[in-house]
Design a protein around this ligand. Sequence first.
Ligand code: GLV
Ligand code: MG
Length: 325
Amino acid sequence: MSFTIVEQTTPRLNRCELSVPGSRPEMFEKAAASAADVIFLDLEDAVAPDDKEQARKNIIQALHDVDWGDKTISVRINGLDTHYCYRDVVDVMEQGGERLDLIMIPKAGNAKDIYAIDMMVTQIEAAVGRKKRIGFEMIIETALGMANVDEIAAASPRNESLHFGVADYAASTKARTTQIGGPNPAYAVLTDPLDDGSRATHWGDMWHYAVARMVVAARANGLRPIDGPFGDFSDPDGFAAQASRAAVLGCEGKWAIHPKQIPLANEVFTPSLAEVDKARRILVAMEEAQKSGSGAVALDGRLIDIASVRQAEALVAQADAISNG
Ligand code: GLV
Ligand code: MG
């Protein structure tokens, strides 16, 4: 291990993060009763400019009136390039009460963006005497944000998670797609011809680099990496496949932009019984190996060593957090 210890952020379940427009208060109760671990009430892109003020009021009222149970509640403020942003922070922080857990900062471009919001939040927290410290979620969804993802991740002790905002990221990088997430048939590899002249097309994942890059920045700073939206809510298999790719790369959860996507995300991001069982067997096998003085051992015909223990411990810790959550 490095001499530098990575401090882990406040632990929270974050398998499914449901997005709910602040302009649709009729959806709040249903969201509160859903199986999502985290809900973000949106003031940004799901809310039309004329509705922003009312959405703010709806959210403030709902933070007091709705029974959110044990969910983590976040509010997505508007970007720092808009005049809505300061008022979102001031009103929600001053009037939202103690129930709010997190603020989601969209289109984070660099550490200064986070610093600016931190300054406001810190002042208001002190002024209103809040007992619970607000955490930050940052959406990485611009070329600038991805270029500066490491400094964004390290910008504040309030930081808890990085989210991949695939729609704005595609717009910012001028990627040739108009869908929200998922694969693109134009991003494919054509194999060389076989003897019979046949060739196969293998679709690739055009988001692989972005998600993997964000995961590294998040984990190097003790934050949770979370995959963002998948727009086609009529395609559960496509959603699950995208979520699985993100999970394999290290993400802890994914957004749901429709209630139908909640059970899909929960299923993908809850380690299966078989995975947990295997991890526990690795821990037992390595404990026995260490007692007998060896650093590596075979289990089911495969080598396991001390690194396998760390992988297994992370998986078991995640499973325990889910069953205790
Ligand atoms: C989310 O905000 C996105 O742009 O995908
Ligand atoms: Mg966005």
